[in-house]
Design a protein around this ligand. Structure first.
Ligand SMILES: Cc1ncc(COP(=O)(O)O)c(C=O)c1O
Length: 481
């Protein structure tokens, strides 16, 4: 049974311009994303024959995606028909963030009075701990905060991040290697800008976080999708990496704990991946933003700490958003070898200058203060994780591996496709997401957004009561259909 969206044939990359390992068509390196046309996973590319010649495909896309990303018919028409040539190819190629779109759609329906339960949010439902907020209030009153500060971040914060990295990862770095950014997201973007040239290839294990392929493509490089599956708990094997590596391979994107799967690599696996990259001279961007959110026996490990010879080929991405319930404050950082940090600083000095000083003061309090609130939040997430996994497993047609980190479950939902649910039938998880929102006011993020059709991401960073109610609604729809 095919679970691919109906407009995508089996050989078409979900992200245009990606090179897929198997079984997808190879895209020549010359076909860099900078030369490609149209939008990516979530939108039609008018130049693709399957779209251009298939009105049915456009209708199906319109129904399933418009309802998810909240495009009105007018906006869709404008998107397809306005003067596209005025917009840069680079910009046209950027896919909207499906996760932010789902959250926005859920919020909009809620504002309209619908009792929507949203599993889309990639953020803790807790308030930022009071001591952190107090530090920000003090900083806001200090005139020093009202002025520009160094583009790479305030010296005290860079020093504190270096100390915190030694404390939490066992990795010793100089404050000068730290660049404070507007969230971990900007750190991902700048890592790609600083390290990648057009035509470079980046190994990207799938399912992947939505921002990675876009950040790679925006640097003119090519994401090479390396599939993982439930049999390895969504961790990538060295064999798969070996099969994907080529002369142009410059970097590997590594994330543990993972968004969207919740996978956590063991110490041995982390070391092996680091050694593998070191042996081949491949850079690693290691995204450690969920480092404190691990459950059960799982432990967080950092590649450059385990494999010291990777220190000069590794960029660590991190931030305060997930650990301290600070998603809205927008403070992250990257840590790299001196020339990478210097390059990123130059880049940032033109892109955005310093991160908001008040937010930096809050982040300083977060990384130097106690982890008490973090431990409490982790306990709540763990409790919800167990509830969610047990409830999902109880639904006929849903299978769910146990996430060991972050705050997402990533169930296999293929068993809910091609069967009547509340009078309608979904053939893809994209359509299933639209169906659930329509029929039971439950928002999930379809796996297509993460390069994994057939799956869905459900965040368990919501209240226990909402979580139970939301899964109950899905279960009720399935059992009554
Ligand atoms: C894996 C991963 N890395 C980085 C980020 C960026 O977080 P922020 O930009 O909010 O610091 C996120 C946010 O969802 C994430 O899931």
């Amino acid at each position: 049974m095919s679970v691919m969206p109906s407009w995508i044939d089996a050989t078409t990359p979900l992200t245009t311009g990606c090179r897929w390992l198997v079984p997808r068509k190879e895209v020549p390196v010359a076909d860099s994303p900078l030369t490609r046309e149209g939008s990516t996973r979530l939108g039609p590319d008018p130049k693709r024959p399957s779209w251009g010649s298939s009105p049915a495909g456009i209708v199906i896309w319109g129904i399933s995606v418009m309802s998810i990303v909240n495009l009105s018919a007018y906006e869709l028409r404008v998107d397809l028909m306005t003067n596209r040539e005025s917009i840069s190819k680079r910009t046209l190629a950027v896919a909207p963030s499906a996760t932010l779109a789902i959250t926005a759609k859920a919020n909009q329906l809620r504002a309209e009075g619908k009792p929507v339960i949203g599993f889309g949010a990639g953020e803790p439902d807790f308030a930022t701990p009071p001591a952190i907020v107090d530090a920000a209030i003090d900083a806001a009153r200090d005139p020093k905060s009202h002025r520009y500060s160094p583009a790479a971040g305030q010296p005290a914060l860079r020093e504190a991040i270096a100390s915190k990295t030694l404390r939490d990862s066992g990795l010793e770095v100089e404050p000068s290697q730290v660049v404070v950014t507007n969230g971990g997201k900007q750190a991902v973007y700048m890592t790609c800008q600083v390290l990648l040239d057009p035509g470079d290839e980046v190994l990207l294990p799938s399912p992947y976080w939505v921002t990675y392929p876009e950040a790679i493509s925006l640097a003119g490089a090519v994401p090479v999708i390396v599939p993982t599956d439930e049999s390895s708990n969504f961790t990538v094997s060295l064999e798969r990496l070996d099969a994907a590596v080529r002369d142009r391979t410059k970097m590997l994107m590594f994330v543990s704990p993972s968004n969207p799967t919740g996978a956590v690599y063991t110490e041995e696996q982390t070391r092996q991946v680091g050694e593998w990259a070191a042996d081949r001279g491949i850079w690693v961007m290691t995204d450690e933003i969920y480092e404190h959110l691990v459950y059960g026996d799982a432990e967080f490990h950092s590649i450059p700490a385990l494999v010291p010879r990777m220190a000069d080929r590794c960029v660590v991405v991190n931030g305060v958003a997930k650990t301290f319930a600070m998603t809205g404050w927008r403070v992250g950082w990257m840590i790299g070898p001196p020339e990478v940090a210097a390059g990123a600083t130059r880049f940032q000095s033109h892109l955005s200058s310093n991160v908001n000083n008040v937010a930096q003061a809050a982040a300083l309090e977060a990384v130097t203060g106690p982890l008490t609130a973090v431990v409490e939040m982790r306990e709540a997430f763990d409790r919800r994780r167990q509830t969610m996994v047990a409830m999902l497993k109880g639904i006929d047609g849903v299978a769910c591996t146990e996430p060991q980190g972050a705050f997402y479950a990533f169930p296999n939902m293929t068993g809910l496709l091609n069967r009547p649910l509340g009078g309608a039938t979904a053939t893809t998880t994209m359509e299933l997401a639209a169906l659930l929102l329509e029929q039971v006011n439950v928002a999930i993020v379809p796996g297509e957004a993460f390069g994994a059709p057939g799956y869905a991401r459900l965040s368990f960073a919501l209240s226990d009561a909402d979580l139970v109610e939301g899964i109950d609604r899905i279960a009720g729809l399935v059992s009554s259909s």
